[in-house]
Design a protein. Structure first.
Length: 145
């Protein structure tokens, strides 16, 4: 029974579902970027080069570089888009939805006689050696009837 419960907790966590949605959207976005580079950007670059098609670009008639340049452009466009989505947009959403941590409890106090800073648990000041008044005690809770 515990294994089934653990799997259910894992499978239906918000992070896993978010990851699945991001993967599907990323795959679809990759197709759009590939089409943009292969059908619009690279043919436009081909107009200013002497070759007919970017797929025929070569170095020394042996090394084909056209598809490689297309893949590099795909990568950079996807990387920039993911940066904008993940870092800027989701980061701002995360900032707006998270609460700041509560302030930490004080660890020092001020001596009422010499105004020096001393540990909060001190019963005698280390500077002026005055005995300090006991800390304000909280009222004990009334016993439940």
């Amino acid at each position: 029974m515990s294994l089934l419960k653990d799997f259910k907790n894992f499978a239906f966590k918000g992070n896993l579902i978010d990851l699945a949605v991001a993967f599907v959207i990323g795959s679809a976005f990759s197709g759009i970027v590939t089409a943009l580079v292969n059908d619009i950007i690279m043919p436009a670059i081909s107009f200013v080069t002497p070759s007919q098609s970017y797929t025929k670009w070569t170095i020394d008639k042996k090394i084909l570089i056209g598809h490689f340049i297309g893949a590099v452009l795909n990568f950079f466009i996807i990387a920039v888009a993911l940066f904008v989505i993940v870092v800027l947009v989701i980061g701002q959403i995360h900032k707006l939805t998270t609460k700041p941590p509560p302030p930490a409890a004080p660890t020092t106090k001020e001596c009422p006689f010499c105004c020096s800073t001393i540990p909060i648990k001190a019963v005698r000041c280390g500077q002026c050696t005055s005995e300090l008044p006991p800390p304000a005690a909280t009222a004990p809770a009334a016993p439940a009837a």
